[in-house]
Design a protein around this ligand. Structure first.
Ligand code: ZN
Length: 163
């Protein structure tokens, strides 16, 4: 497998890009991201299998995200958003069009970039700040609203300086 080339964008630029993908595709209902809708728009499919999560892109509008079995919905949503991060940052952005695989590689910049993308896609900044305050910084309630794990909500609050 060819090592994934990081986009080299700053975390702030990646977060902005992720939110733009979400907004331009009308993904949000009160801040909650409809990932199934985004997948349908871009030709993405989900497949469950034994083994690790991965992304396989056959061509720009034809890809499969592989998910492990027996995990939580919140975990699956983060994984899907992470793999979408690889798709948008490491396949669409450099305008690739050949077949590519993206596995759970070693800890590197490309993996961090995909996580930054996922976090911003699932928790857009304005809606997140509004909910964080209106729900009195209760990370369980905020996590429930965005359908993410409490840990993911906590990290997002820290990144946005809301703690
Ligand atoms: Zn990854």
């Amino acid at each position: 497998m060819i090592a994934t080339q990081p986009s080299r964008l700053s975390n702030a630029a990646i977060a902005k890009f992720a939110e733009r993908v979400g907004r331009e595709n009308d993904l949000y209902d009160d801040g909650r991201a409809d990932l199934d809708y985004l997948l349908r728009l871009f030709g993405g499919k989900i497949e469950y299998r034994d083994g690790g999560e991965a992304l396989h892109v056959r061509s720009p509008a034809d890809f499969t995200i592989f998910l492990p079995r027996f995990t939580s919905v919140a975990r699956d949503r983060f994984t899907i958003a992470h793999e979408l991060g690889h798709y948008f940052l490491h396949y669409r952005l450099p305008e690739l069009n050949d077949e590519r695989g993206y596995g759970r590689g070693s800890r590197n910049r490309a993996e961090t970039e995909a996580n930054v993308f996922a976090s911003a896609l699932l928790m857009p900044s304005a809606e997140f700040a509004e909910k964080w305050n209106s729900l009195e910084k209760d990370e369980w309630l905020v996590a429930n609203h965005f359908d993410v794990s409490p840990a993911a909500a906590r990290v997002r609050a820290e990144v946005l300086n809301l703690k």
